[in-house]
Design a protein around this ligand. Structure first.
Ligand code: DX5
Ligand code: ZN
Length: 214
């Protein structure tokens, strides 16, 4: 069954603990936390203090998506509040060293690629990854349209993971909804990030169950 990692980016932050409670009841698998620095992406979101508060209120694993420049500078701080800690291949840190460091700090490592990056570029790093995240929108904002090019990338990565018998989860992020979720699952996604689609629902719980039933 596909795992769901709701992105809280578009949530009402003053109601976050109530929303997280409802997500827990709905059976989501983790919480996706989008960290943006205004440099790597043209938007600023939140950082360690907010994630630290969220972590105190939930037993759900925190799936932290760093959209920050030179992420190796902040690994220790984020590792302390993350379960999965992901960074961008394009963000200017040594990829292998950063993946190893994340594991050394006790987190699961996740390597993320933007729409401009070909999946083949990261094949060599797969043994150092616990998860790979394929962006299906340009990182920076919630509520964008799914880019169908992501489907081919998911399939190529899935094939490589299966052929090499690696234990790597495949996650997709951006524009997931009732139409795109089944396509992403078919292409090999194990984990779906969904922000707007879940937070815009009248009944978040029902919407999570709908996706899980796909
Ligand atoms: C975009 C973020 C996503 C985004 C998902 O930079 O990484 O996690 O918030 O939101 P939706 O599902 O609304 O595209
Ligand atoms: Zn994200």
């Amino acid at each position: 069954m596909v795992k769901i990692s709701p992105s809280v980016l578009t949530a009402d932050f003053l109601e976050l603990s109530e929303s997280i409670k409802r997500l827990e009841e709905a059976g989501v698998d983790m919480l996706h936390l989008d960290v943006m620095d205004g440099i790597f992406v043209p938007n600023i979101s939140f950082g360690v203090p907010v994630i630290s508060s969220i972590k105190k209120h939930t037993a759900l694993p925190c799936d932290v998506h760093l959209m920050i420049d030179k992420p190796h500078r902040y690994l220790k701080e984020f590792a302390a509040v993350s379960d999965y800690l992901g960074f961008h291949y394009e963000a200017g840190s040594d990829v292998a060293e950063t993946l190893k460091e994340i594991r050394n700090l006790g987190c699961k490592s996740c390597l993320t690629i933007k729409p401009c990056t070909a999946p083949e570029e990261i094949f060599e790093y797969l043994p150092l990854c616990d998860m790979v995240l394929v962006m299906s929108v340009e990182p920076g904002f919630g509520g964008q349209k799914f880019m169908p090019e992501a489907l081919g990338k998911l399939s190529a990565l899935k094939k490589e993971i299966v052929d090499r018998k690696l234990n790597v989860l495949l996650e997709v992020d951006g524009g997931i909804n009732a139409e795109t979720a089944p396509l992403a699952i078919k292409a090999g996604a194990d984990v779906l990030v969904a922000g707007n689609y879940i937070f815009s629902a009248d009944d978040m719980g029902a919407r999570v169950k709908e996706i899980k039933a796909l």
